[in-house]
Design a protein around this ligand. Structure first.
Ligand SMILES: CC(C)(COP(=O)(O)OP(=O)(O)OC[C@H]1O[C@@H](n2cnc3c(N)ncnc32)[C@H](O)[C@@H]1OP(=O)(O)O)[C@@H](O)C(=O)NCCC(=O)NCCS
Length: 285
């Protein structure tokens, strides 16, 4: 993929995931919607960022009609992650996804890796055949009951000066720091960290939706406090996702806030266990 591909690749992604969301719809779910113009701009910005950090991991498939699919993966030191992957609905099931995945895995080499996977039948089949272990993910949804949230102490706003110890914590939990991804997230999201360096932890909060997008901690008590802080800023309906079974502390913390338990997709890993206490970012893992 090159910078010039970004506008068309974004459209291919939008069409692909709208179709996948419709396929995954359960009774009572709201009708899936295409990305907003702001969402499309964010997608392009994120892909432009991936192109600057690890361009060899950014791949598109094309035929004479143009781009038919994409696989965007990134190496961060000794760790590989898949940020997004899709093939146009009309072109699925013909081996394009397999060739994209083979190329992405060639980029990974023998690095351990992880990503958050949809339950799309083509995706789960592809991932398992590629050797990944699929861990079911839970998510907590609903409206936070602020009166049920316990008082939270011992946290402070995070800043650039925190990134070094945050990378150390990442290495302990997932084998590699987020490195440049931290700086990228810090540019657009609120960062809250534990004030006690003896019990490190951090959470990024999407201020618009007030939802935690990436959380890491050395212990589950610190993780719980960070999650409550994120939930305290939630407006309207909120969502805590990417909860694997070793992270039941997140289920308990969100139950306290009167969110309810649901299921969505898988955390796919190879060469590593699902990190904990940890809530992966869907984009930066
Ligand atoms: C996942 C995805 C990229 C795979 O691309 P693809 O071109 O369909 O992949 P392939 O044809 O190489 O392989 C898919 C496998 O699943 C099967 N498959 C594909 N779509 C299927 C469907 N809807 N139902 C059942 N099986 C399906 C294919 O037959 C193939 O199996 P085979 O190689 O043994 O024949 C594509 O299906 C997709 O874009 N899905 C929607 C978006 C999504 O969920 N992306 C993953 C985000 S984590």
């Amino acid at each position: 993929m090159s910078e010039d591909d970004l506008p068309v690749a974004e459209r291919v992604s939008a069409v692909t995931f709208l179709d996948a969301d419709r396929l995954a719809m359960r009774a009572g779910d709201p009708e899936p919607e295409p990305p907003s113009p702001a969402g499309s701009r964010r997608w392009i910005e994120r892909m432009r960022y991936f192109l600057t950090v690890d361009p060899d991991g950014c791949l598109v498939a094309e035929d004479t009609g143009g781009i038919t699919g994409f696989a965007i993966s990134q190496n961060r030191g000794p760790l590989w992650y898949l940020a997004t992957y899709g093939v146009l609905p009309g072109r699925q099931g013909r081996g394009i996804g397999r060739r994209l995945m083979d190329a992405a895995l060639a980029h990974a080499g023998d690095r351990p890796g992880l990503f958050s996977a949809t339950a799309h039948p083509g995706a789960t089949r592809r991932y398992r055949l590629a050797g990944f272990t699929l861990h079911p993910q839970m998510r907590m949804v609903g409206r936070v009951d602020r009166s049920a949230l316990p008082p939270v102490r011992g946290l402070r706003e995070g800043a650039e000066g925190d990134l070094e110890w945050m990378d150390d914590l990442d290495r302990a939990l997932r084998g590699a720091g987020h490195g440049p991804d931290h700086r990228h997230m810090l540019g657009s999201q609120r960062l809250v960290v534990s004030a006690d360096r003896g019990r490190p932890g951090y959470v990024y909060i999407d201020d618009g939706a007030g939802r935690p997008t990436l959380l890491a901690a050395a212990d589950s008590e610190t993780a719980r406090l960070l999650l409550w802080e994120a939930l305290a800023s939630a407006r309207e309906e909120t969502l805590v996702n990417c909860i694997t079974t070793p992270n039941h502390w997140a289920v308990d913390a969100a139950l306290t806030a009167r969110l309810h338990l649901d299921q969505e997709g898988f955390l796919a890993v190879r060469g590593m266990d699902p990190p904990a206490p940890y809530l992966a970012s869907g984009h930066f893992l």
